[in-house]
Design a protein around this ligand. Structure first.
Ligand SMILES: [Zn+2]
Length: 233
Protein backbone atom coordinates (compact mmCIF):
# COMPACT_ATOMS: atom_id res chain seq x y z
CA UNK A 1 0.00 0.00 0.00
CA UNK A 2 1.33 3.40 -0.88
CA UNK A 3 1.34 5.39 2.39
CA UNK A 4 0.60 8.59 0.51
CA UNK A 5 -2.75 7.17 -0.52
CA UNK A 6 -4.20 5.87 2.71
CA UNK A 7 -7.93 6.25 2.91
CA UNK A 8 -7.43 8.60 5.85
CA UNK A 9 -6.20 11.09 3.24
CA UNK A 10 -9.62 11.16 1.73
CA UNK A 11 -11.17 12.34 4.93
CA UNK A 12 -8.49 15.00 5.24
CA UNK A 13 -9.27 16.49 1.89
CA UNK A 14 -12.57 17.63 3.37
CA UNK A 15 -11.20 19.84 6.11
CA UNK A 16 -8.55 22.42 6.98
CA UNK A 17 -6.75 20.62 9.82
CA UNK A 18 -6.23 23.94 11.64
CA UNK A 19 -9.71 25.47 11.59
CA UNK A 20 -12.12 23.01 9.96
CA UNK A 21 -12.85 25.18 6.92
CA UNK A 22 -12.65 23.96 3.34
CA UNK A 23 -9.02 23.12 2.49
CA UNK A 24 -7.97 25.07 -0.61
CA UNK A 25 -4.28 24.28 -0.18
CA UNK A 26 -1.90 21.70 1.21
CA UNK A 27 0.53 22.53 3.96
CA UNK A 28 3.82 20.84 4.88
CA UNK A 29 4.13 19.60 8.45
CA UNK A 30 6.68 20.57 9.61
CA UNK A 31 6.96 23.59 7.39
CA UNK A 32 10.16 23.86 5.39
CA UNK A 33 11.54 26.77 7.40
CA UNK A 34 11.98 24.39 10.34
CA UNK A 35 14.14 21.91 8.41
CA UNK A 36 17.25 22.33 6.29
CA UNK A 37 17.87 22.22 2.58
CA UNK A 38 18.19 19.60 1.10
CA UNK A 39 14.70 19.01 2.48
CA UNK A 40 13.59 15.55 3.50
CA UNK A 41 11.82 13.93 0.55
CA UNK A 42 8.05 13.91 0.73
CA UNK A 43 7.45 15.95 3.85
CA UNK A 44 4.01 15.10 5.27
CA UNK A 45 1.25 17.30 3.87
CA UNK A 46 -2.17 18.09 5.28
CA UNK A 47 -5.16 20.01 3.97
CA UNK A 48 -5.33 23.68 4.98
CA UNK A 49 -7.42 26.67 4.01
CA UNK A 50 -5.61 29.55 2.35
CA UNK A 51 -6.01 31.83 5.31
CA UNK A 52 -4.54 29.34 7.82
CA UNK A 53 -1.78 28.36 5.43
CA UNK A 54 -0.71 32.00 5.15
CA UNK A 55 -1.34 33.00 8.74
CA UNK A 56 1.37 30.91 10.38
CA UNK A 57 4.32 31.60 8.15
CA UNK A 58 5.64 34.74 9.89
CA UNK A 59 5.48 33.09 13.29
CA UNK A 60 7.19 29.98 11.93
CA UNK A 61 9.90 32.13 10.41
CA UNK A 62 10.30 33.95 13.72
CA UNK A 63 10.60 30.70 15.68
CA UNK A 64 13.12 29.17 13.25
CA UNK A 65 15.29 32.29 13.44
CA UNK A 66 14.91 32.77 17.19
CA UNK A 67 15.93 29.16 17.88
CA UNK A 68 19.05 29.31 15.74
CA UNK A 69 20.10 32.62 17.31
CA UNK A 70 19.64 31.21 20.83
CA UNK A 71 21.52 28.01 19.96
CA UNK A 72 24.36 29.89 18.28
CA UNK A 73 24.49 32.62 20.94
CA UNK A 74 23.81 35.69 18.80
CA UNK A 75 22.07 37.22 15.82
CA UNK A 76 25.23 37.84 13.77
CA UNK A 77 24.48 35.83 10.65
CA UNK A 78 28.12 34.75 10.24
CA UNK A 79 27.76 32.77 13.46
CA UNK A 80 24.48 31.04 12.60
CA UNK A 81 24.34 27.38 11.68
CA UNK A 82 21.24 27.12 9.50
CA UNK A 83 21.65 28.50 5.95
CA UNK A 84 17.96 29.28 5.53
CA UNK A 85 17.91 31.23 8.81
CA UNK A 86 20.97 33.18 7.68
CA UNK A 87 19.20 34.00 4.44
CA UNK A 88 16.04 35.17 6.20
CA UNK A 89 17.88 37.41 8.66
CA UNK A 90 20.13 38.88 5.97
CA UNK A 91 17.11 40.20 4.09
CA UNK A 92 15.02 40.99 7.17
CA UNK A 93 16.92 43.38 9.44
CA UNK A 94 13.73 44.21 11.37
CA UNK A 95 13.35 40.59 12.46
CA UNK A 96 17.04 40.45 13.33
CA UNK A 97 16.72 43.58 15.51
CA UNK A 98 13.60 42.23 17.14
CA UNK A 99 15.32 38.97 18.08
CA UNK A 100 18.44 40.82 19.18
CA UNK A 101 16.23 42.95 21.44
CA UNK A 102 15.02 39.84 23.24
CA UNK A 103 18.47 39.08 24.66
CA UNK A 104 18.81 39.79 28.37
CA UNK A 105 22.29 40.11 29.80
CA UNK A 106 22.70 38.07 32.96
CA UNK A 107 26.48 38.19 33.37
CA UNK A 108 29.10 40.04 31.31
CA UNK A 109 29.27 37.12 28.89
CA UNK A 110 26.01 35.36 29.54
CA UNK A 111 22.61 36.08 28.06
CA UNK A 112 19.13 34.73 28.44
CA UNK A 113 16.66 35.06 25.59
CA UNK A 114 13.04 35.97 26.06
CA UNK A 115 10.85 34.32 23.42
CA UNK A 116 7.61 35.84 22.16
CA UNK A 117 5.58 33.10 23.77
CA UNK A 118 2.31 33.81 21.94
CA UNK A 119 4.05 33.32 18.62
CA UNK A 120 5.85 30.17 19.77
CA UNK A 121 2.60 28.77 21.13
CA UNK A 122 0.83 29.53 17.87
CA UNK A 123 3.44 27.53 15.93
CA UNK A 124 3.61 24.65 18.43
CA UNK A 125 -0.16 24.19 18.36
CA UNK A 126 -0.24 24.43 14.58
CA UNK A 127 2.46 21.77 14.23
CA UNK A 128 0.69 19.50 16.72
CA UNK A 129 -2.61 19.82 14.85
CA UNK A 130 -0.82 18.96 11.63
CA UNK A 131 0.91 15.89 13.08
CA UNK A 132 -2.27 14.65 14.79
CA UNK A 133 -4.21 14.97 11.54
CA UNK A 134 -1.51 13.29 9.49
CA UNK A 135 -0.96 10.38 11.88
CA UNK A 136 -4.46 9.91 13.29
CA UNK A 137 -7.25 12.41 12.68
CA UNK A 138 -7.79 16.18 12.90
CA UNK A 139 -7.94 17.71 16.38
CA UNK A 140 -9.67 21.05 15.95
CA UNK A 141 -10.79 21.61 19.51
CA UNK A 142 -8.72 23.50 22.07
CA UNK A 143 -6.05 21.26 23.63
CA UNK A 144 -5.77 20.67 27.37
CA UNK A 145 -2.04 21.43 27.36
CA UNK A 146 0.33 23.35 25.13
CA UNK A 147 3.84 23.30 26.58
CA UNK A 148 7.33 24.06 25.33
CA UNK A 149 10.62 24.30 27.14
CA UNK A 150 14.31 23.98 26.26
CA UNK A 151 15.17 20.29 26.36
CA UNK A 152 18.28 21.07 28.40
CA UNK A 153 16.23 22.55 31.24
CA UNK A 154 14.42 19.27 31.89
CA UNK A 155 15.72 17.14 34.75
CA UNK A 156 16.94 13.63 33.93
CA UNK A 157 13.62 12.11 35.04
CA UNK A 158 11.57 14.69 33.12
CA UNK A 159 13.70 14.16 30.05
CA UNK A 160 13.25 10.41 30.05
CA UNK A 161 9.51 10.78 30.69
CA UNK A 162 9.31 13.15 27.74
CA UNK A 163 11.37 10.89 25.48
CA UNK A 164 9.68 7.62 26.37
CA UNK A 165 6.11 8.60 27.12
CA UNK A 166 3.38 6.34 25.88
CA UNK A 167 5.56 3.77 24.17
CA UNK A 168 3.61 0.88 25.65
CA UNK A 169 -0.12 1.36 25.26
CA UNK A 170 -1.19 -1.93 23.73
CA UNK A 171 -4.69 -1.44 25.12
CA UNK A 172 -5.14 1.52 22.79
CA UNK A 173 -5.31 0.45 19.20
CA UNK A 174 -4.84 2.85 16.38
CA UNK A 175 -7.62 3.11 13.84
CA UNK A 176 -7.36 0.77 10.85
CA UNK A 177 -5.94 2.54 7.87
CA UNK A 178 -4.29 5.32 9.88
CA UNK A 179 -0.56 5.71 9.60
CA UNK A 180 -0.23 4.87 13.28
CA UNK A 181 -1.97 1.56 12.57
CA UNK A 182 0.41 0.66 9.77
CA UNK A 183 3.38 1.65 11.90
CA UNK A 184 2.12 -0.56 14.71
CA UNK A 185 2.10 -3.44 12.23
CA UNK A 186 5.55 -2.38 11.00
CA UNK A 187 4.05 -2.18 7.54
CA UNK A 188 4.59 1.47 6.97
CA UNK A 189 7.26 1.87 4.29
CA UNK A 190 8.39 5.04 5.96
CA UNK A 191 11.00 7.25 4.42
CA UNK A 192 11.80 8.69 7.84
CA UNK A 193 14.05 7.11 10.39
CA UNK A 194 12.41 6.00 13.67
CA UNK A 195 13.88 6.22 17.12
CA UNK A 196 11.63 4.53 19.67
CA UNK A 197 8.21 6.02 18.96
CA UNK A 198 9.79 9.15 17.47
CA UNK A 199 9.63 9.87 13.78
CA UNK A 200 12.83 11.64 12.79
CA UNK A 201 12.02 14.02 9.95
CA UNK A 202 15.58 15.34 9.85
CA UNK A 203 18.21 14.16 12.35
CA UNK A 204 19.21 16.93 14.75
CA UNK A 205 16.58 19.25 13.31
CA UNK A 206 13.07 17.89 13.78
CA UNK A 207 11.41 14.85 15.31
CA UNK A 208 7.91 14.17 16.52
CA UNK A 209 5.77 11.48 18.12
CA UNK A 210 2.01 11.10 18.17
CA UNK A 211 0.26 8.79 20.61
CA UNK A 212 -3.31 7.91 21.49
CA UNK A 213 -3.46 8.08 25.24
CA UNK A 214 -7.20 8.10 25.68
CA UNK A 215 -6.86 11.52 24.10
CA UNK A 216 -4.13 12.51 21.70
CA UNK A 217 -0.61 13.47 22.72
CA UNK A 218 1.81 15.09 20.29
CA UNK A 219 5.44 15.72 21.13
CA UNK A 220 7.99 17.54 18.99
CA UNK A 221 11.65 18.45 19.36
CA UNK A 222 13.00 21.32 17.26
CA UNK A 223 16.75 21.52 16.65
CA UNK A 224 17.26 19.19 19.64
CA UNK A 225 16.66 22.33 21.70
CA UNK A 226 12.96 23.04 22.07
CA UNK A 227 10.83 20.27 23.57
CA UNK A 228 7.13 20.76 22.81
CA UNK A 229 4.08 18.89 23.99
CA UNK A 230 0.42 19.33 23.11
CA UNK A 231 -2.30 17.10 24.48
CA UNK A 232 -6.04 16.73 24.05
CA UNK A 233 -8.11 14.90 26.66
ZN1 LIG B 1 -8.06 26.97 8.15
Amino acid sequence: MDPRHLFIDERLTGVCVYCGAHPDTRDHVPSKVLVDDPYPPELPVVGACESCNASFSLDEQYLACFLDCVICGGTDTSGLRRPNVKRILEVNPALKRRIDGSRRRQEPDYFLWEPETDRVKNVVLKLARGHAAYELYPKLEEPAVVGFVPLQTLSGAERSAFDQLATDKPELWPEIGSRAFLRALCKFPDRFEHSGDWIVVQPGRYRYAVAETGGVLVRMVLSEYLACMVSWD
